[in-house]
Design a protein around this ligand. Structure first.
Ligand SMILES: *[C@@H]1O[C@H](CO)[C@@H](O)[C@H](O)[C@H]1NC(C)=O
Ligand SMILES: *[C@@H]1O[C@H](CO)[C@@H](O)[C@H](O)[C@H]1NC(C)=O
Ligand SMILES: *[C@@H]1O[C@H](CO)[C@@H](O)[C@H](O)[C@H]1NC(C)=O
Length: 412
């Protein structure tokens, strides 16, 4: 009598135990789902636009060229950045379909990037808020847009900041570039790539003017090293997958809507605020000089590179023949001493600068840059037309409008 009674109780015990654990199991699954859903919506890495309904059609619409004869469709990374903004506008204005990508990071005041993006959106360029390291998203973009070209301008810029935050250079200039190349590789058809390298790859090279064939194996900064690595990575992807790639070595680009971390920009700001500015010089009072290049000239060079780019030969990750691989200097071939830059700014701003001359610290900056433009001239028809005086005049006009006149208006 005892035994069946025990068995019955045991069975009862087992069933309730089973129900108990089953409930716990279901509860845990629910908890996991809730957590990952919450994470999905709250994660700051998730681009805002992807949650917007109709996202796909906004991308497709923005990628469509206005004129069927101007049949390019271009994805621009770093579109809310200085050069990216100007290139996107120029492409849109001539009738190409343009979609931008930007992560709006905080390396410099993001409100400047937001304002650039607002102008782009007003001109019909949709800017997706995303990190280029998100290759899943890039692949999705490339499948929606059917882009003929990718203009890759997103990067971690600046030479000195690398001492503070080396990781961000690896993230954007190495991992980001590979992510862009990986998504191009898988796209069908593969778009051609035009991307921004830098004059800093010439590093400690003392033979001037710098020609594309000169040695670039002595970088003076981590920034330069990541750009040089980018050129080698580009070589490998061109070789293996048949992606058509053009690298552009920009020389100290300046102009309206420029980057606040650059000397001409911070000098302008500090001169107007009567703050002291530091001017660095090399050993034996050697002046630092730069081949300052006006942004409109750079834009013309980018468009010429784009229009002369051949198609990629790969398809579905397989190469079908050799593809174009090019690299060009885009400079002004007229180096100007930093002291001269300051004196032009003083005249334009009608304020005398409080200058302090210091020996140049060993932080990655080079003494001198000067581009040999023969190759860009013969192959791209590149010919810069804006001198520093004219370019800075346009910059100062914009600066005063943007930071003084416009903000006064918005206060009123
Ligand atoms: C534009 O159209 C022309 C003529 O149809 C074609 O030859 C050319 O390859 C097209 N360009 C691109 C970039 O698709
Ligand atoms: C890039 O994204 C991947 C995930 O897609 C992540 O594992 C990796 O750590 C990221 N790389 C950097 C440098 O942020
Ligand atoms: C500029 O580069 C070209 C090759 O692109 C070379 O033939 C020429 O000699 C260079 N000019 C100078 C002044 O170095």
């Amino acid at each position: 009598m005892d035994k069946p009674m025990f068995a019955h109780r045991n069975r009862y015990y087992l069933t309730s135990k089973l129900i108990f654990w089953f409930t716990i199991f279901i509860f845990l699954i629910l908890l996991y789902c809730l957590r990952s859903c919450f994470y999905y919506y709250s994660s700051s890495n998730r681009p805002r636009h992807i949650l917007q309904s109709g996202w796909d059609s906004l991308v497709a619409q923005s990628a469509t060229p206005a004129d069927p004869d101007c049949n390019l469709s271009i994805l621009v990374t770093g579109a809310a950045g200085f050069v990216g903004f100007h290139v996107s506008l120029a492409l849109k204005k001539r009738g190409d379909g343009v979609v931008g990508v930007d992560n709006f990071n905080r390396y410099y005041d993001p409100s400047l990037k937001r304002d650039r993006a607002k102008i782009l959106e007003r001109n019909g360029v949709f800017v997706v808020e995303a990190d280029i390291n998100d290759s899943e998203l890039l692949e999705k973009l490339l499948s929606i847009g059917k882009f003929t070209h990718v203009v890759h301008l997103a990067a971690q810029a600046g030479v000195r900041y690398a001492m503070k935050n080396p990781d961000s250079y690896i993230h954007s200039n190495i991992a980001g570039l590979i992510s862009v190349l990986e998504s191009i590789k898988s796209a069908n058809p593969q778009p051609a790539l035009i991307w921004a390298s830098s004059s800093s790859v010439y590093g400690l090279n003392s033979k001037v003017p710098f020609s594309e064939k000169d040695r670039t194996d002595q970088p003076a900064s981590l920034y330069a090293a990541t750009k040089k690595a980018g050129e080698e990575i580009a070589h490998a992807y061109n070789h293996i997958y048949g992606i058509s790639i053009t690298g552009l070595r920009f020389f100290t680009v300046y102009g309206p809507w420029g980057r606040p971390d650059m000397a001409y920009f911070s000098f302008t700001k500090d001169i107007l605020k009567r703050k002291r500015i530091m001017i660095y010089e090399g050993p034996n009072q050697r002046s630092v000089a730069r081949d300052f290049t006006y942004v409109d000239d750079i834009v013309k060079g980018c468009l010429a590179a784009l229009d002369t780019a051949e198609k990629s030969t790969g398809s579905g990750g397989k190469k079908t023949g050799p593809a174009q691989l090019r690299v060009y200097n885009l400079g002004n071939t007229s180096p100007v001493m930093v002291k001269k830059l300051v004196s032009i700014l003083e005249k334009l701003l009608k304020v005398e600068a409080r200058k302090q001359v210091l020996p140049m610290p060993r932080n990655g900056d080079v003494m001198f840059t000067h581009a040999n433009l023969s190759l860009a001239e013969t192959e791209l028809g590149y010919k810069p037309t804006t001198d520093l005086q004219t370019g800075l005049k346009n910059f100062v006009k914009w600066y005063l409008y943007y930071y003084y006149f416009q903000s006064e208006k918005s206060v009123m």
